[in-house]
Design a protein around this ligand. Structure first.
Ligand code: 26Q
Length: 819
């Protein structure tokens, strides 16, 4: 196979030493792990940059159509091991370092995670750019170069404390600063209406402030000779010339203040994974990266096509990762109408053939809305454009449903509440040629519940692309032992053709293979147990079931359902020391949005229950609870290979897809889950006998709400539920502090239990009993675990990307190869 980069005669040992000397100014005797890490990155980077140059040259010469993935988040994690694996040089580098007396696994721990995202949506973007590079599709990721990524979580007295994440403090070896591609963008000010010679109305935006966007490129290395694409992240800076006047008139301090304001834009990632109501800075962030990225795209387009806009939509497709970049739609209209002086109709035609939008949530509180007044202040011209888009759209609605004002009010981009709001979801559907949900069930609900009228008005626009994960990071790199076993059985090319994992199914009942598979799982559990002991002091029995729930903390994800069940097990063990259960370790890891009180209380409750149980000699041989602080990509890579059970227990209809569910199943964990998000498709793939499905379905959920749900009915009827909820109210888990965990009980009773935790408790509890029984049958469990790995090939992000390409992007691969 032709590869982008040649390694045959490359001497890593020599290169690493060379970089230790000439890049880092140190030597083998003085170097600490950090220096070794940097020198190793520098050696790898020689190849990264060579691949990047070749890929860019090829794209330039071929002038190919490309996808531009706009996302406020890219949760990249660490890149050294990933880049080495994708180049296929991991073992060579490990051996080279070994010869120098250095352990690769130690120096990899030096790398800070690039945590420029909150959770699923940000990690999805990272998996997608991996697949795009691997499959040689011309693509560029566009986002924000946050100075501080998602906060670091510390746990003190059981409580979450947020600390800043200074991921670049000692430099980031992977990023390339591109001052030659700086862009300037405008904010604030007012709009002047002018009349051109031909009587055409011209709008001129006189900005109140100008900000510079400085791009940093992160090379994205495709697997085994794929392309090296780029992720381009914008850092905000004050614009020199705009401050010049202030500066000259002696306003040094004022000028510095403007600097601070401009530089604030890319300072910090918002740590919310739903919405942050009405925060001006968040809107500015969104506009900032969209405007910079559009200018960048248009600069590149014009280099090839000048002022001829007729081929723009052939060359450019822009994917909006949720509504966060939706402001790009009126921004492109502004450029086309005000700057390029195209007719509105022509401009709108270009726009609606350029954008496609991915929806990631149905939760009404998570659908983005911005006060019109705020847009007016920050982006006055964009508000006018949004009104014009809406005005014309309302005429379409009138033509389709004459006189129907209810539908108009519902579909309007403008919500006419006391404070006028701009609905970014509606704007995105109207301004895009394709809208997709992220799992079959979710896309169905998008069509039938969220946007049914849009689906009627624009048949075919709403569709599904089921999420996926990159098997390079989420199996090959994070679980090398299992990867090797798999390669021995089915050959080495499964990371590119994940459906080949099906080939393992025929060994699912073979004793030797079961033993090999489960031995690897056990080794991974031992490694995790060691990590957990080092981090938390908790000692684990690695023969226990490792039951793992790792994801953002949210009521709808129901970590508290898991916790109530743990308390119930604890209670059963106290009441009956011989209560028959296989030893189990429940492991949680989760960050809560800093302002989400109940989520933080659930973290506190998990930690307090964990402390109590772990130090109770009556039960702690059979039951342990661990809360791993500071959940992040690199931690997920250690947890996932060691999981026996994967907890995917959201209220049906609430989790759009989930992607952790796929990662865990791929690594041979068996899911206990509801029929929600991609769990439905995982169940279809692995078969009902290889997954533990429980709980209300979406239909059950709506029936239950329709007939009236009263959580007190369950509290009064189910003794165990009553007992554990009442237990929370005492000071049993929080000595001297009764009531510290009361908010959870309160939300489940007086609060009306909005996520039906109590309604699903009994069903969850019996499913957990089945898990316990199944695990005790070693062969049965091994078979289930193997079949999970064997049957989840569908969930490779390569398949997702091919779906996007076929259904939406219509790209051709551009093979890089040699010069
Ligand atoms: C918006 C406005 C202001 C501040 C923050 C936000 C914001 C930030 C992040 C809103 C949402 C997010 C992230 C959402 C997210 O991660 N959604 C998840 O997306 C995954 C990938 O499709 C799905 O698998 C999950 O089901 C979905 O919850």
């Amino acid at each position: 196979m032709k590869t982008t980069v040649e390694f045959e005669k490359y001497d890593f040992k020599q290169a690493i030493i060379r970089h230790l000397h000439s890049t880092l100014g140190t030597d083998e005797n003085k170097a600490n792990n950090h220096a070794w890490w940097k020198a190793t990155c520098a050696a790898i980077n020689e190849h990264v940059l060579e691949g990047l140059r070749k890929t860019q040259k090829k794209h330039y010469i071929n002038d190919t159509r490309a996808v531009h993935y706009f996302s406020a988040e890219f949760l990249m994690g660490r890149l050294l091991s990933n880049n080495m694996q994708n180049f296929g040089v991991f073992d060579d580098v490990r051996d080279a370092l070994k010869a120098l007396g250095v352990e690769l696994s130690d120096i990899m721990e030096e790398e800070p995670d690039m945590a420029l995202g909150n959770g699923g949506l940000g990690r999805l973007a990272a998996c997608y750019i991996d697949s795009l590079a691997t499959l040689n599709f011309p693509a560029i990721g566009y986002g924000i170069h946050y100075e501080n990524g998602l906060f670091r979580q510390e746990i003190r007295n059981g409580k979450q404390i947020e600390r800043p994440d200074a991921w670049r403090d000692y430099g980031n070896p992977w990023e390339i600063c591109r001052p030659e591609s700086i862009q300037e963008i405008s904010l604030y000010g007012y709009v002047e209406t002018k009349y051109g010679e031909n009587g055409r109305i011209q709008k001129e935006w006189h900005p109140g402030s100008i900000v510079k966007g400085l791009p940093w490129d992160i090379p994205v290395v495709g697997y085994e000779g794929g392309s090296v694409n780029v992720l381009r992240l914008w850092q905000s800076q004050s614009s020199d010339h705009f401050n010049w006047d202030v500066f000259n008139s002696g306003g040094y301090v004022d000028a510095q203040r403007e600097n601070v304001q401009a530089e604030t834009i890319s300072k910090v990632l918002y740590p919310n994974d739903d919405t942050e109501a009405g925060k001006e800075l968040r809107l500015i962030q969104q506009y900032f990266f969209c405007a910079c990225s559009l200018k960048d795209i248009i600069r590149r387009y014009k280099r090839a096509h000048g002022d001829d806009w007729s081929r723009f939509t052939e060359q450019v497709v822009i994917q909006l990762n949720d509504t966060h970049p939706a402001i790009a739609i009126p921004e492109l209209m502004r450029i086309l109408v005000d700057r390029a002086e195209l007719d509105w109709e022509k401009a709108w035609d270009i726009c609606t053939h350029t954008f496609a939008y991915t929806n990631h949530t149905l939760l009404p509180e998570a659908l983005e809305k911005w006060p019109a007044r705020m847009i007016q202040k920050i982006l006055p011209r964009h508000l006018e454009i949004i009104y014009e888009i809406n005005h014309r759209f309302m005429q379409e609605v009138e033509a389709k449903w004459p006189g129907n004002n209810d539908i108009k009010a519902k579909l309007s981009i403008i919500e006419e509440s006391s404070e006028k709001m701009v609905r970014m979801g509606n704007l995105s559907v109207i301004g895009s040629f394709a809208v997709n949900g992220v799992a079959e069930l979710h896309s169905k609900l998008v069509k039938e519940n969220l946007f049914p009228e849009f689906n009627e008005l624009y048949p075919g626009r709403l569709m599904n692309v089921t999420n996926g994960i990159t098997p390079r990071r989420w199996l090959k790199t994070c679980n090398p032992a299992l990867s090797e076993l798999v390669s021995d059985k089915i050959g080495k090319d499964w990371p590119l053709y994940l459906d080949k994992l099906q080939g393992l199914a025929k060994y699912a009942e073979q004793k030797i293979f079961q033993k090999q598979f489960m031995q690897i799982k056990h080794k991974n559990k031992v490694a995790l147990a060691k990590e957990i002991q080092a981090l938390t002091g908790i000692k684990l029995d690695t023969n226990a079931i490792f039951d793992i729930q790792i994801k953002r903390l949210h009521e709808y994800k129901r970590q508290h359902l898991n916790l109530l069940h743990i308390m119930a097990l604890y209670r059963r063990l106290l009441e009956n020391p011989d209560y028959d259960m296989h030893p189990r370790v429940f492991i949680f890891a989760a960050k809560a949005a800093p302002g989400y009180k109940l989520a933080k209380d659930i973290i506190l409750a998990i930690n307090k229950v964990a402390e109590t149980i772990n130090s109770d000699p009556r039960v702690n041989k059979k039951l342990k609870v661990v809360f791993m602080p500071n959940y992040r990509v690199s931690q997920a890579e250690k947890l996932i290979p060691a999981a026996d059970v994967s907890e995917q227990i959201s209220t049906a209809g609430k989790e759009a897809s989930g992607t952790g569910n796929m990662k865990l199943a791929l690594n041979g964990a068996v899911t206990i889950g509801t029929l929600d998000g991609a769990n439905v498709e995982i169940a279809e793939e692995v078969g009902d006998e290889n997954i533990f499905i429980f709980g209300l379905t979406i239909d059950d959920v709506s029936t239950l709400w329709d007939k009236g749900y009263n959580p007190y009915d369950i509290y009064d009827k189910n003794k165990e539920v009553k007992a554990v909820l009442d237990w929370l109210e005492t000071d049993y888990f929080t000595p001297g502090e009764p009531g510290a965990l009361l908010s959870i009980k309160h939300s489940l009773l007086e609060g009306g239990d909005p996520y039906l935790v109590l309604a699903d408790f009994e069903s969850y509890s019996s499913a957990q009993k089945e898990v316990d029984l199944a695990y005790r049958d070693k062969q049965k469990w091994a078979k289930m675990a193997i079949l999970n790995t064997a049957k989840v090939g569908k969930f490779t992000s390569d398949r997702s990307i091919k779906d996007y390409v076929d259904r939406i992007w219509k790209l051709e691969p551009c093979i890089t190869g040699h010069d």
